[in-house]
Design a protein around this ligand. Structure first.
Ligand SMILES: Cc1cc2nc3c(=O)[nH]c(=O)nc-3n(C[C@H](O)[C@H](O)[C@H](O)COP(=O)(O)OP(=O)(O)OC[C@H]3O[C@@H](n4cnc5c(N)ncnc54)[C@H](O)[C@@H]3O)c2cc1C
Length: 508
């Protein structure tokens, strides 16, 4: 779909005819400088920023996105190797009950689906995935009958708690239910331990959960763990949630959103440094192309940068003490992502008897292993690409290493799982994330459902803050935040259309 005409392009039909709408806006921005006013400025053009922009555009609200990087997408980025094989630099998959999935469907982005569970390695032994989504076949491949029954009892209890949590937390409210509040004071590890589950069952829970959260299960509250565990539970609908990959790579999601929002509404290389806000609206200052400070006035600003970047933006007047405390006490789990091109002749190592063991949650220094070539044609030399998503303590072990050290460590880790694989490795690429996704540390008394988190989600005058790091650790949180913030802004639409003050009068 073509972008609707902006004020600029309506005024300059000849340029529109010559260049097309988006390029005309870009050409005009070069000629006259970037825009100085918008109804709503959105800081960050990742999934949260673009979804917020899309929702606001649907309601007829004028937006301008300021993005520090030279590209939109943030932690969504598909990269392509010389032989044409593409892999995900950051996020991989979307879960069925996530609003991100509903958005992908709405935008008609082509998807590939996959089952919720994977092969797992527990106590050094690999249990191959089996059952094509059938619960009892899958569980029977890992557990004895006694273990299976213990798991299902625990599953029923956790699903019940999860449903109560959803009901109590609707709309992002802080919790008041005393039993659920108790669960925010206990670690998820302790919560599982108290049920006296067989060792293999509790290990399965740990090995399934920790790669999702990029942090150890004893660092987070039982409540946050229960919320994450939802993806893998047996529920009245299905055994775990299906997950989806974007056909051709996740950047297709970003392209679809950009096409709806209009690329002319996104200013890249625009590093926001300060936000002044008051009754008259906001003044957003940014460093453009690393060289020139520019200012934009707006009625409202939506800040979608992850909390660790938020610490680098000045707010005048400063954010409330509780918001600052919420930001300062949120922590981040680590990932290292290693893409390995490996000769196709090695595939028998992870495809014994012709059935693949991947995706494998390995609970080893190799982390979770995906076959990126599972979803696409193999490379020119029919090489395969394995992705190691190394999480939590295993990622921390790697963070201090040089790139050479990380490569050697990753190859050794793969070889330890599939002996002989290391000799077939042809190429390694690394993406390192010391602050990959948010968690709310139990040791600081935090939970994603606590009062501080609710305070952070509450708008402060004309300033909204939201993204995955204000909700949960995934793309689901990004879209949840975007939907919540855009709904609240649309409800104030009348106030957004009042004329903005001119260049001289900064709103204070
Ligand atoms: C390795 C990895 C694997 C993951 N796997 C999954 C997965 O499989 N499934 C899933 O659901 N989620 C996954 N995630 C999480 C998912 O990537 C994020 O939840 C989601 O992409 C976050 O989008 P966002 O827009 O909220 O933040 P971001 O994508 O971080 O976007 C924020 C944007 O703000 C910009 N910015 C920062 N500071 C400024 C500034 N001062 N001025 C202007 N712009 C600024 C940044 O450049 C960035 O583009 C993964 C994350 C990582 C790192």
């Amino acid at each position: 779909m073509r972008a609707p005409l902006s004020g600029w392009t309506r005024a300059f039909p000849a340029i529109v005819l010559a260049f097309g709408v988006a390029r005309a806006d870009a050409a005009l921005a070069v000629a006259f400088g970037p825009r100085e006013k918008a109804q709503v400025v959105i800081v960050g053009a990742g999934l949260t920023g673009l979804t917020t922009a899309y929702e606001l555009r649907k309601a007829g609200i004028d937006v301008l996105l300021l993005e520090a990087a030279p590209r939109a997408g943030g932690r969504i980025q598909t990269v392509t190797f010389a032989d044409g094989v593409h892999v995900e630099a950051h996020m991989e998959e979307y879960w069925e009950r996530s609003p991100a999935y509903a958005l992908l469907k709405e935008l008609k982005v082509p998807l590939l689906d996959d089952v919720a569970h994977s092969s797992v390695r527990i106590g050094g032994k690999i249990y191959p995935y089996q059952g094509e989504g059938d619960r009892d076949t899958y569980l029977g491949g890992i557990f004895s009958e006694t273990e299976r029954e213990a798991f299902l009892r625990w599953n029923a209890k956790v699903w019940g708690l999860h449903e109560r949590l959803v009901a109590a937390h609707g709309g992002g409210k802080a919790l008041t239910d005393p039993e659920l509040m108790e669960l925010s004071k206990l670690s998820f590890a302790e919560f599982v331990r108290r049920d006296g589950l067989p060792e293999k069952v509790s290990e399965w829970i740990r090995v399934t959960l920790e790669p999702e959260m990029a942090i150890e299960w004893d660092a987070v509250s039982a409540l946050d763990g229960i919320d994450e565990m939802r993806l893998f539970l047996d529920t009245p609908e299905a055994f775990g949630e299906k997950n989806y990959h974007v056909k051709g790579g996740n950047s297709g999601f970003i392209r679809a959103l950009m096409a709806k929002v209009g690329p002319e509404r996104v200013v890249t290389q625009a590093q926001v440094t300060a936000i002044e806000h008051g009754a008259e609206g906001v003044l957003v200052r940014y460093l453009h192309q690393g060289a020139r400070y520019r200012e934009v006035r707006a009625r409202a600003v939506v800040v979608t940068v992850p909390l660790y970047h938020l610490r680098r933006i000045q707010f005048l007047p400063p954010l409330s003490n509780d918001k600052r405390k919420a930001i300062e006490t949120t922590r981040f789990g680590a990932y290292v992502k290693v893409h390995i091109r490996i000769g196709a002749e090695a595939a028998t190592l992870w495809e014994p008897a012709g059935e693949t063991l991947l995706t494998l949650l390995s609970d080893s220094p190799a982390g979770s292993i995906y076959d990126a070539t599972d979803f696409q044609k193999h490379g020119a030399a029919a090489d395969r690409y394995l992705t190691l998503l190394v999480h939590a303590r295993f990622a921390h072990e790697m963070l201090g290493m040089s790139a050479d050290g990380m490569r050697e460590h990753a190859i050794r880790s793969l070889d330890a799982l599939f002996p002989g694989a290391g000799a077939h490795v042809r190429l390694v690429e690394l993406f390192v994330y010391p602050t990959a996704v948010a968690y709310w540390p139990l040791e600081l008394g935090r939970s994603r459902f606590d009062g501080l988190a609710a305070e952070l989600r509450r708008p402060e005058g004309a300033v909204w803050i939201g993204g995955d790091t204000t909700e949960n650790s995934h793309s689901e949180g990004s879209v949840q935040a975007a939907l919540r913030m855009s709904k609240e802004i649309v409800a104030r639409k009348a106030a957004l259309s009042k004329p903005l003050p001119g260049r001289a009068a900064a709103p204070r």
